[in-house]
Design a protein around this ligand. Structure first.
Ligand SMILES: CC(C)(COP(=O)(O)OP(=O)(O)OC[C@H]1O[C@@H](n2cnc3c(N)ncnc32)[C@H](O)[C@@H]1OP(=O)(O)O)[C@@H](O)C(=O)NCCC(=O)NCCS
Length: 181
C-alpha cells in the first residue's frame, strides 16, 4: 500500500514527513535499520548478524508498495530518515489478514511523539484496508518505553514467551501484543 505524505512538527519545532518509503531510499533505510541493531535490548537480530543488503531491501520496499496487506512507512526530516515502521502482512492464506509491526526511531529523535504519530497513521490506514483485520507485535518485556506506547494506543497483552531471548548471560521474556482493527 502506498501511504500519502503527512507533514508534521515535533513539540520542539522539528519538521518531518510520514510517508511510504520509496525503493530508491533502500540505502538510507538500511542505514537506519543497522543503527537500531546496535541496541542489544530491542531487537532479536544483532548488528553483526544483520545481512540484508540494499538490493534485498529495495525488493522489500517495492513489495510493500504493491501489497494490499502491508506497507513500509518512514519519518523523513529533509534527506534524513529518522524513523521507520513496517507492517508485514502474512504470506499464507490463513494469516494474510495479520500485519506484523516493527517500529524504531533514531536516538536523537525520541520522546518527541514520532513513534506515536507513526502508529496513529498505521492504525488509520490498516483500519481502512479490507485485507487487514489485526496487527501483531513482539516486544522485549524490559522495553517499557515501547510497551507504554502500545498500551496507550489500545494494544492488548496476548502472551509472554518466558526466557525467549538470551542477552549476555540473562534470560529475558518477550511479550506478544495485538490490536484488532
Ligand atoms: C520505543 C520507541 C519506538 C518510542 O519512540 P518515540 O518516538 O520516542 O516515542 P514517542 O515520543 O512517540 O512516545 C510515545 C509514548 O511512548 C512512551 N515512551 C516512549 N519513550 C519512553 C521512555 N524512554 N520511557 C518511558 N516511556 C516512554 C510514553 O508513554 C510516550 O508517551 P508520552 O511522551 O506522552 O509520555 C523508541 O524508543 C525506539 O525506537 N526504541 C528502539 C527500538 C524499539 O524499541 N522498537 C520497538 C520494538 S517492539
Amino acid at each position: 500500500m502506498k501511504i500519502p505524505p503527512r507533514e508534521l512538527t515535533t513539540p520542539d519545532g522539528r519538521a518531518y514527513t510520514i510517508r511510504s518509503a520509496r525503493p530508491s531510499e533502500a540505502g538510507k533505510v538500511l542505514d537506519h535499520a543497522w543503527r537500531v541493531r546496535a541496541e542489544p535490548e530491542v531487537s532479536v537480530e544483532d548488528q553483526d548478524e544483520f545481512r540484508c543488503d540494499a538490493d534485498q531491501l529495495r525488493g522489500i520496499l517495492k513489495t510493500a508498495l504493491e501489497a494490499d496487506n502491508g506497507f513500509f512507512l518512514i519519518a523523513a526530516a529533509g534527506d534524513d530518515i529518522v524513523a521507520t515502521l513496517s507492517v508485514a502482512g502474512g504470506r499464507h492464506a490463513k494469516v494474510r489478514h495479520v500485519g506484523e509491526i516493527g517500529v524504531s526511531v533514531r536516538a536523537g529523535w525520541r520522546r518527541r511523539g514520532v513513534a506515536r504519530r507513526l502508529l496513529e497513521v498505521t492504525i488509520e490506514h490498516a483500519r481502512a484496508a479490507p485485507a487487514l483485520r489485526r496487527l501483531s507485535l513482539e516486544v522485549f518485556a524490559r522495553n517499557t518505553a515501547a510497551i507504554r506506547l502500545y498500551e496507550s494506543q489500545g494494544w492488548a497483552h496476548e502472551g509472554r514467551r518466558r526466557g525467549h531471548v538470551r542477552i549476555g548471560d540473562r534470560d529475558e521474556d518477550v511479550l506478544l501484543m495485538g490490536l484488532l482493527l
